[in-house]
Design a protein around this ligand. Structure first.
Ligand SMILES: Nc1ncnc2c1ncn2[C@@H]1O[C@H](COP(=O)(O)OP(=O)(O)OP(=O)(O)O)[C@@H](O)[C@H]1O
Length: 613
């Protein structure tokens, strides 16, 4: 039943480098002091291993000299050991403290960038684009850790490279060719290791895409919002088998990669072993001949072990750095996305009269077929208009165009009376939307207090609030909610759960509280019982006086509150007139009306008809 998601390509090395050269200066600019201090710690930590190796050599040679009765400044060496150990401890603690600061800073900064970007998207085109659904979730989850992880990885890489170079440099005391032989022996193993990491990463990428579906399966199996269907339709075995199939498949693939990695790297490890063993035998042999000191033997042993560890660390760091850079590539893609709906840089003033005009408007979502076609109509300010039509006719899409969530692909949406008509694209989107209140079909259920759910960030006006709560019918429902308007709702934070109808009343109260000049009601009473429906429509009828009201409804009885009815079919306006005119015409509207009237024994009206309607 579930289709596999399309696989995305792994970024090439050149692309990764481009992401890195954009990201690092960004991060450095955002916290120059912090990053510089962290860099300082990394450099100190980088030279520490070489210092320790040299101290080891000098100490062994010093002890040898002292035993032979020669002059050796052992107390100075002891002080140097203590100083190096102290420096190591201090830099380690300081690095951890700085990391804590950096984590806090980068989390706020990255979430801020994401939210700023969303603030620059006045429309819904980017957020509703399925190509960004995955990315937005991955970005949100990664924002608190990826920037710090990348900085830490880069600093650790710098530390490890310095450490590897300085440890190699200590081998120069044995011979100029020694570091070269060691690196030549270690490099093939390092490269092979990185190749395997890259393979692991590409499987991980595939897995991130897949994991959203696996997470979704887990959510459906475990969360309360799906529990009814899961039980009624016995979905659990299906969910379990899907979960197991996908997870076991991933584990199998990863096991294969791991095993191939372990076996594949063996010859290279063997080469490394030969080189280091050969060098060890050579140095010990030459020490026996008195060419090298005992300290030099100690130096070779510790330097070889240290170098091996550092090279292993470097390959791991490059691999995890690649992972973080892939996340940043997604961040850049989102930040660089150019929305189809853009803010006007120099918006024109809001017209005095808010008459709405659509001029030959056509629209299709993304590159899909048009869902609104050649729509032309005028809604004078103050008119109440009902929009009816079959499912998918384009009614809600029309509302999205009027709110400028999308721009028409063709034609214009204009606001204003004669002589002041202004294209919606030239207005300030925020100022225009402030004139509109809406009850959306899929309104948001914010899990806040009832009060915050109604006022939605506007200053609280007690008289307006109590009117909105009463007129929407929410007041009656409140009697059964402990805490009244201050009660928290929704289950996410242990609040009271409302019934579907109560939520709808709440959405209505929100629209009533806003007291806007244009009221949009998209199926506002679909979940209400007949008495509540009547009460809410009475409230709308009172509220719509003097306001432009667009009522989208399948309950044709409510159409009687409208001055005018628009009938849409397959994105086109096919009928336009009063209820009486359209009934008399005997077209689509009359047919729909008759159909519903026959179901309700002739009376489908929750509200008294408007005079003249
Ligand atoms: N975000 C979207 N992306 C792509 N297509 C969409 C999107 N929203 C709606 N559509 C499509 O646009 C068409 C019109 O949808 P719309 O929601 O405007 O219809 P409607 O008349 O309001 O329907 P209903 O009465 O069922 O609410 C439908 O075919 C729908 O599948």
């Amino acid at each position: 039943m579930l289709r596999p998601l399309p696989q995305k390509e792994n970024l090439s090395n050149r692309e990764l480098l481009a992401v890195l050269t954009r990201t690092l200066p960004d991060l450095l600019r955002s916290a120059p002091v912090l990053v510089s201090l962290m860099l300082g710690m990394a450099v100190i930590q980088g030279v520490m291993p070489a210092l320790t190796i040299l101290l080891g050599k000098w100490t062994v040679d010093g002890v040898g000299a002292a035993l032979a009765g020669r002059d050796a400044n052992l107390s100075l060496l002891a002080a140097a050991w203590a100083g190096a150990a102290l420096l190591g401890q201090v830099t380690q603690v300081a690095a951890q403290v700085l990391q804590g600061y950096a984590a806090d800073h980068f989390t706020v900064q990255t979430m801020g960038r994401l939210m700023d970007k969303v603030g620059q998207l006045p429309g819904l085109d980017v957020l509703e684009d399925p190509r960004f659904h995955d990315d937005i979730e991955i970005l949100q989850m990664g924002a608190p850790r990826r920037p710090l992880n990348l900085v830490s990885t880069m600093l650790s890489l710098i530390r490890s490279v310095i450490s590897a170079l300085s440890v190699s440099a200590t081998l120069l005391s044995i011979g100029w060719w020694v570091p070269l032989v060691v690196v030549a022996g270690m490099l093939p193993a390092l490269l092979k290791q990185m190749e395997f990491y890259k393979l692991g990463w590409s499987i991980f990428i595939q897995r991130t895409q897949d994991s959203r579906e696996v997470n979704y399966l887990q959510r459906v199996a475990l969360r309360h919002e799906y529990a009814k269907e899961v039980r009624l339709y016995g979905l659990l075995p299906y969910l379990q088998s899907q979960y197991l199939t996908r997870t076991l498949d991933y584990q199998r693939t990863m096991r294969g990669v791991r095993n191939r990695q372990l076996v594949g790297i063996l010859p290279y490890q063997l080469l490394l072993l030969l080189v280091t063993a050969g060098l060890f035998v050579y140095v010990v042999g030459r020490a026996e001949q008195g060419v090298y000191s005992a300290g030099s033997v100690v130096l070779v042993i510790t330097a070889l072990a240290g170098l091996r560890g550092e090279l292993q660390t470097i390959s791991e760091l490059i691999s995890s750095g690649t992972e973080h850079l892939n996340w940043f590539a997604k961040l850049h893609r989102f930040l660089d996305s150019t929305p189809a709906v853009t803010l006007s840089p120099d918006p024109r003033p809001l017209p005095r009269e808010l008459t709405l005009t659509l001029e030959d408007v056509s629209f299709g979502y993304r590159d899909q077929a048009p869902v609104i076609e050649h729509l032309s109509l005028t809604i004078p300010e103050g008119q109440t208009v009902a929009i009816v039509g079959e499912n998918g006719a384009g009614k809600t899409t029309l509302v999205k165009l009027l709110l400028r969530f999308y721009d028409p692909s063709q034609g214009r949406v204009l606001v204003g009376g004669a002589g002041e008509q202004t294209d919606l694209r030239d207005l300030d989107a925020g100022e225009w939307r402030a004139q509109v209140a809406a009850v959306f079909q899929d309104f948001a259920r914010f899990e806040w207090t009832l009060r915050d759910n109604v006022t939605l960030g506007q200053p609280e006006n007690p008289a307006k609030l109590s009117h909105a709560v009463e007129a929407s019918g929410l007041g009656a429902a409140l009697g059964r909610v402990n805490g009244g308007l201050d009660a928290r709702i929704g289950q996410a934070f242990g609040g009271v759960d409302l019934s579907g109808g109560q939520w709808q009343k709440l959405a209505t109260a929100r629209a009533l509280y806003r007291e806007a000049r244009v009221l949009i009601l998209d199926e506002p009473t679909a979940a209400l019982d007949p008495r509540s429906e009547k009460e809410v429509f009475d409230a709308f009828a009172a509220l719509s006086q003097g306001r432009t009201t667009l009522l989208i409804t399948h309950r044709l009885g409510s159409v009687l509150m409208a001055d005018r009815v628009l009938v849409m079919k397959r994105g086109r306006l096919i009928e336009d007139g009063t209820h009486a005119e359209l009934l008399a015409r005997g077209g689509e509207y009359a047919e729909l009306w008759q159909l519903q009237a026959s179901q309700y024994g002739g009376d489908v009206s929750p509200v008294p008809a408007r005079p003249g309607a």
